[in-house]
Ligand binder design. Structure first.
Ligand code: MN
Length: 728
């Protein structure tokens, strides 16, 4: 791919470039688009003072470098006509067809009039582009071409604008180009943005690079010649390219490793392009004979391509003068894919339709779009969406495989949970662990590049708030949040129902009855709700008082309260009661035992857990776990301190011996298992030997099946080798 450095660009340059790779292109469409755009922008100039049309022409020219079709070229020429002129969408649609019009609309900024802040407008514009991109991937390709030219010509705009465009480029567009496999576009965008985001560092780096320039050039030439000579010896035809790495990648390395330019190895990089895969391996062999390879730096992306189709061999060697250098070896076809990414997978078919050459090859694109759409569906707030996508895109990635060899890219430090959610939401929700390279691993295990992961699921599994700390990918985070939200809504509805039922009882009616006789519906209409669930939810979250609702319904039915003969704190045979487990142990309220309490169904606290009491109206005290999702939503004034009654616990004391690796944190992990079961550890004796540790825990258990569960859970702790019950 050539970089167009044409100073004065003309329509002919664009047409020539287009016909070069696409001889049957609909030239008339492009010409017509040019004439239309030129007339719409006739009175406009860019910040640089040039006629405005220069910009769309450059964008169109760049679109040709990606070898896209005439629809994209026309759309590139027209891309700013909706935004900066008054041309209506319908006019463009009528003149150039729906695909062109849709792309133009997709890349158009939303009008600033409708938004309070620039950020909000930016985020909303981005959401719109995302939706357009889901329908037609060409939208993002034209947008990237637009952004490349904007970054190249950012010098002429205000400083504020420079920083804003550069930041957005770094946050969203460079990472998107990266995910789509457009590596050169990504690097150019990053270098362009770097210049404006860190002007001092950029200048300093350039200055430093200039100092060693001559020496470096000599080094590049020397290595290049050496490789070429070796290739010639074996009559292998290949082309060697030598270059200094992109500024931003050098800068990032300096930052990450906290070093100066002198200390950064691999400032230079080489690329050898061959004709066949066999030659790639042959070249690798030659290079490894010339210079000593650095262990752990060889990557075979030919056998295991990146999800976006990128293939290449990467190696780092110790070159002349002990300089480290990176060498990439690939075929010309692979190179084309590395440069054009997703665009390389489109082929011209009959009737000049550009379409994916191979569905399999663009599967990663579908995955990416699905991921973005998921976030779009989950996050209603545009700013939230923007930042989730920013986080979701700009991660250092690792590649993890399914047992069938499908590859997923995940953020660095991703866990089996991330992987599970990347497969399917249902798989994520039910995930209990994984087999990583055949070995059992917990959900928070850190995955590494190249891991083969099988997810283990259970129908009894449900996500918890803790999961949000376990996952790294924004997709998994959004999915877990969505689940928890829906779940807490359901709980509130259920609670509302119970509260209402209880209040109705005082009038000797049931929920069932008022649903059947239409009284509930009447009440709903009176307060402007349309569904029963809405009412239950409002009662459940405390927006409506159950007592009020019940009284009004009763009034309308002409019912009066039946005299309350029962003592205030009498257990009520509701759902809450039935669901609270027996044998949990007693709870003390203010040191008193005889207070009417029940365990909340939503969090079902287990003995030993930190708990809090909630004073209900006429139903005594409900005990919630401190971790319960909806404790924070309840009226804080009605909370009371409660504690577990340690007296008279009827457990049986047992001793459990655990043999484990002697690693830091081991005891903590083990004791966490006990506390998860609500068990009080009475005594621990630890003996450490060679790399192994024996720990004997004395605890009270309630029954044998509980003991079995504990032993199972302990065996699953990473590093635990053996668990057995011993006689104490
Ligand atoms: Mn533009």
């Amino acid at each position: 791919m050539r970089v167009s450095n044409v100073k004065v660009i003309k329509l002919e340059d664009v047409l020539e470039a287009l016909l070069d790779y696409h001889p049957d292109a609909d030239v008339d469409l492009v010409k017509k688009a040019y004439v239309y755009a030129a007339s719409k922008h006739a009175d406009q100039t860019r910040y640089s003072g040039e006629p405005y049309i220069i910009h769309p022409l450059h964008v169109a020219r760049f679109v040709c470098e990606l070898k896209l079709d005439e629809v994209c070229v026309a759309a590139a020429l027209l891309h700013d006509t909706l935004e900066d002129t008054q041309a209506p969408f319908e006019e463009i649609q009528e003149l150039f067809g729906t695909p062109v019009a849709n792309i133009v609309q997709g890349v158009t900024k939303l009008s600033s009039m409708n938004y309070d802040s620039r950020e909000e407008r930016q985020a909303e514009t981005f959401r719109k582009m995302l939706l357009a991109m889901a329908k037609d991937i060409r939208v993002i390709l034209v947008k990237l071409a637009d952004r490349v030219h904007n970054i190249r010509t950012l010098d002429h705009t205000s400083e504020e604008q420079q920083v804003r465009v550069a930041q957005e480029t770094m946050d969203i567009y460079a990472p998107l180009a990266n995910r789509l496999g457009l590596y050169r576009v990504k690097s150019e965008l990053e270098d362009g943005a770097f210049r404006y985001l860190h002007p001092q560092e950029f200048a300093a780096l350039n200055e430093q690079l200039k100092i060693g320039e001559k020496k470096r050039q000599k080094f590049l030439d020397e290595v290049k010649t050496t490789i070429e000579r070796e290739l010639e010896k074996v009559h292998l035809k290949a082309t060697v390219f030598a270059r200094i790495k992109y500024r931003y990648s050098i800068f990032r390395k300096m930052q990450r490793q906290g070093v100066t330019l002198d200390e950064v190895y691999d400032v230079v990089a080489f690329r050898v392009l061959c004709n066949t895969v066999e030659q790639c391996w042959q070249v690798l062999g030659l290079i490894h004979q010339l210079w000593r390879p650095i262990p752990g730096r060889f990557r075979d992306f030919i056998s295991l391509p990146k999800p976006n189709g990128y293939k290449s061999l990467h190696t780092s060697v110790i070159g002349p003068g002990a300089e480290q250098m990176e060498i990439q070896i690939r075929t010309w076809t692979m190179h084309e894919i590395a440069e054009r990414g997703i665009a390389a997978h489109w082929k011209y078919k009959e009737g000049n339709v550009i379409s994916p050459a191979d569905e399999e090859k663009i599967r990663y694109l579908k995955q990416l779009i699905e991921e973005l759409m998921d976030l779009n569906d989950t996050l209603r707030d545009s700013m939230e969406l923007y930042s989730a996508i920013k986080d979701g895109l700009s991660f250092e990635e690792i590649f993890v495989f399914t047992p069938r060899g499908d590859v997923r890219n995940l953020p660095l430090d991703a866990t089996p949970l991330d992987f599970a959610f990347s497969i399917h939401t249902e798989v994520g929700i039910r995930c209990t662990g994984a087999r990583v390279n055949g070995i059992m691993a917990p959900i928070d295990h850190q995955l590494k590049n190249g891991d083969v992961v099988t997810i283990i699921t259970s129908n009894h599994q449900t996500p918890s708030v803790d999961w949000l700390r376990v996952v790294k990918s924004s997709r998994a985070k959004a999915k877990i949040r969505g689940y928890l939200r829906a779940e807490s809504k359901e709980r509130h509805q259920q609670l509302g129902k119970i509260l209402l039922e209880k209040e109705l009882k005082q009038f000797s009616i049931t929920l069932n009855k008022i649903i059947k006789n239409g009284s509930l519906k009447q009440r709903l209409a009176a307060i402007g709700l349309d569904r029963e669930e809405h009412l239950f939810l409002q009662v459940g979250v405390g927006k409506l008082e159950a007592e009020d609702v019940a009284r009004k319904i009763a009034e309308e039915m002409g019912l009066v309260k039946t005299p309350d003969e029962k003592p205030k704190f009498k257990p009520l045979g509701g759902l809450l009661e039935r669901l609270s487990l027996s044998g949990k142990g007693k709870v003390l309220v203010g040191g008193q035992q005889d207070v009417m309490i029940r365990f909340a169904k939503c969090c079902n606290p287990i003995r030993g857990e930190r708990i809090v009491g909630f004073v209900t109206r006429g139903r005594g005290i409900t005990v919630h776990s401190m971790e319960c999702n909806y404790v924070e939503m309840m009226d804080q004034e009605r909370f009371v301190d409660v504690e577990w009654d340690r007296q008279g616990e009827t457990g049986t004391e047992v001793s459990v011996k655990i043999t484990s690796k002697d690693t830091p944190g081991m005891l903590t992990s083990i004791s966490q298992v006990f506390s998860k079961f609500g068990l009080n550890i009475k005594q621990v004796v630890v003996r450490t030997g060679e790399e192994k540790a024996d720990a004997v825990f004395k605890v009270d258990v309630n029954n044998v099946s509980q003991l079995k569960s504990i032993v199972r859970a302990l065996s699953r702790v990473k590093g635990v080798l053996k668990v057995e019950r011993i006689q104490s």
